[in-house]
Design a protein around this ligand. Structure first.
Ligand code: 5CA
Ligand code: ZN
Length: 422
């Protein structure tokens, strides 16, 4: 499917640094490469109730990675999916009495508009689950053939298809080891996050669904030897990553709610399909945004949407500054007061950076580059910009630099590296 439109990124003097990111499994900083194309897979939305601030926080967090890589001179191959068929989407469409495809299309459009307004660099490939079904069918057939998957009978299956297909996690001795989670934690998350530990006929509670044979009243697609049905969730992201990026994927990313089972299962599928021990190099996860006391989530309904804020006249750049004030891995709770702070900050940045003269911004550029290269530390970058702005406001005339090295360079720095246009 088509992505959203890109905003121009200004050129900066010199070059950005090698980016180090925290790997969520080890908790240690891991250096991304300086050479060759960078590959990034960020799990996209399931298109309903988009785009809430939790989604926006995730995509803005990894937008900093894209910007830091581009600044360091790397070609960036960025893929994001859209889960445009899955249980939660079908359930929501049924609940509100609309066609699921219409809901998905409308919400994906809203998401594109929000991402463009927030000046998020678009992915090179923006890929829907539905358009990926032929790839999934082939992959599931491969997993069945190699013994890494098995069939489970469907009671009252109406003779449809040949049963559901599950991945056999025991075929992968490295299953979920990268997460650093205990068995008890995995069991808890699996049950909470879309898994079916008690499904009769499964070999192990954590075995994930690969192919769901067709059921009356549910959409289904031709599945060759699998029979008609629809794909499981994790295998879609595995297939899209393999097809559009190749292996290994340098950074696999999303919110921390995807560490297990989603990313662990996707990585395991990739391992089984490719024979590569480490199909993902760095596992990067953003923190969870809460509102009114709980994680912002579609199921709870405690949502603040980007489009609600912008429709009320909030500058998208202020929304961006709300997020950037938090480190991407932090869990935080949104409040209106944070939006006020961000709006005031944006006004101060604008005044100082639109001036004809001001302090030299060469040091600021270095500070912002260093902050981003160190685990995308946006709060430190903002602190450095605030200090430059304070110096500009204090300006006693002693240290004025012409626009190109002063306010103009500061403006280009926050535009190119932080995505904030002043
Ligand atoms: N379509 C799947 C991924 S393949 C999915 O998780 N969709 S989602 O719409 O639920 O979430 C989209 C992205 O936003 C995911 O990366 C998810 O981790 C992240 N996300 C969801 N809720 C929050 C939240 N409250 N705070 C931060 N990130 C969130
Ligand atoms: Zn995903």
């Amino acid at each position: 499917m088509h992505s959203w439109s890109a905003s121009a990124i200004p050129q900066l003097p010199g070059r950005g640094q090698q980016v180090r990111l925290t790997d969520s499994g080890t908790g240690e900083l891991s250096a991304t490469s300086l050479e060759g194309p960078a590959t990034l897979y960020v799990c996209g939305i399931t298109p309903y109730d988009s785009t809430h601030l939790g989604h926006a926080n995730t995509y803005l967090g990894f937008d900093l990675l894209v910007r830091a890589w581009l600044d360091a001179g790397r070609e960036v191959r960025y893929v994001q999916n859209v889960t445009d068929v899955d249980d939660p989407l079908l359930e929501r469409a049924a609940l509100i009495g609309v066609d699921w495809q219409a809901l998905a299309a409308e919400q994906t459009d809203l998401f594109r508009n929000d991402m463009a307004a927030l000046r998020v660099v678009p992915p090179r490939d923006f890929v829907g689950a539905v358009e990926t079904i032929p790839l999934v069918v082939t992959a599931v057939e491969e997993l069945l053939a190699s013994g890494a998957a098995y069939r489970v009978d469907v009671p009252d299956g109406d003779g449809h298809g040949v049963g559901d297909v599950y991945a056999d996690t025991s075929a992968d001795p490295a299953f979920a080891t990268e997460t650093g989670l205990s068995g008890a934690e995995m069991a808890e998350f699996f049950a909470e996050r879309g898994g079916d530990p008690d499904r009769p006929g499964k070999r192990r509670p954590l075995d994930p669904l690969l192919w769901r044979t067709e059921r009356p009243g549910e959409p289904s697609w031709e599945g060759a030897s699998l029979g008609a049905g629809r794909p499981g969730w994790h295998i879609e992201c595995a297939c899209i990553a393999r097809e559009f990026l190749g292996l290994p994927v340098e950074v696999q990313a999303g919110g921390s709610d995807l560490v297990f089972p989603h990313h662990a299962c996707s990585e395991s599928h990739l391992r089984m399909l490719s024979g590569e021990d480490e199909p993902v190099t760095v596992h990067a996860h953003g923190g969870m945004v809460a509102y009114a006391g709980s994680k912002m989530s579609k199921s709870l309904g405690n949502l603040v949407l980007v489009s609600q804020l912008t429709a009320a006249g909030v500058d998208p750049m202020a929304v961006r500054l709300v997020m950037l004030a938090h480190h991407y891995r932090e869990d935080w709770e949104y409040t209106g007061a944070q939006l006020e702070t961000a709006t005031e900050r944006l006004a101060r940045w604008r005044r100082a950076m639109r001036a004809d003269v001001g302090p030299d911004a060469t040091g600021l550029l270095d500070q912002v580059r260093t902050a981003l290269a160190t685990d995308l530390d946006a709060p430190s970058a903002i602190h450095a910009v605030d200090a430059w702005v304070a110096a500009a406001e204090y300006d006693d005339g002693a240290a004025r630099t012409e626009r190109d090295r002063g306010p103009g360079l500061a403006a280009r720095t926050v535009d190119a590296l932080l995505g904030v246009v002043v």
